[in-house]
Design a binder for this molecule. Sequence first.
Ligand SMILES: O=C(O)[C@H](CS(=O)(=O)O)OP(=O)(O)O
Length: 254
Amino acid sequence: MQLRIYFNPAELTFIEPPEEDIYIVIDVMRATTTMTVMFEQGARQVLAAQTLEQALEAGRKVPGRILCGERHTQTPPGFDCGNSPAQFATMDLNNRELVLTTSNGTRALFACPEKSTRLAGCFYNGTAVTAKAIELAHEHQSNIAILCAAEYGYFALEDAACAGYLAQEILRQEPDIQIHDSTHGAITLYESYPPTILHEKAQSSLDLIATGQQKDLEYCLVRNKSVCVPMVTGIENATGLLQLVHPASQLIEI
Ligand SMILES: O=C(O)[C@H](CS(=O)(=O)O)OP(=O)(O)O
């Protein structure tokens, strides 16, 4: 079994990313942390959209769907909620369907090969998402890839550091996994920029603080508080949106 890390979705355009790999997609601030919290609060399904228009259309199609997302950290007009894990943590989402579109995270899910297995990873579900990726990689006899969503095409420190943290977790659980140069780099970044330092240094963190959304950092920069592992299970035919669920079978002890 091998582990590779991509620091930017653009890297996938220079290679032929294997469809059979298990992809852990990371957008620490905030999309993949937000998805994890949505399932913690009982969501039945999260539908990931690339554009505002797709999200609005998917929201209109089925009454009762909660339309969520952001552009430049703010809730778009006509949407019910933004992209704040702290906000979703206060909501009862039992059996609800949510449509989510964000600037980087939901798009990164679409950057993976079309039929690949995709998990949403973050600090918040670190142990759970890596355990699930290893389980699936054994089941499918495949490799694991970690994809950082990055920030509008640019390197994002918190995603790269989180990739290093997840890589450490994978190595702890699967010591014989073969690692690539990218893994050494990510682990070194995590050791230099743990969550306490990311809080002060990562630009996304500073942006959330500057816009009064610092409460989200209590979710984005905390390790292993959740056993929820959002997983892409397919595409909704009517809308083309990616369907994510958190199957009960994924519930594990951490
Ligand atoms: O909502 C977020 O935190 C970001 C928006 S921005 O990049 O900070 O403008 O979106 P995400 O897709 O979750 O990175």
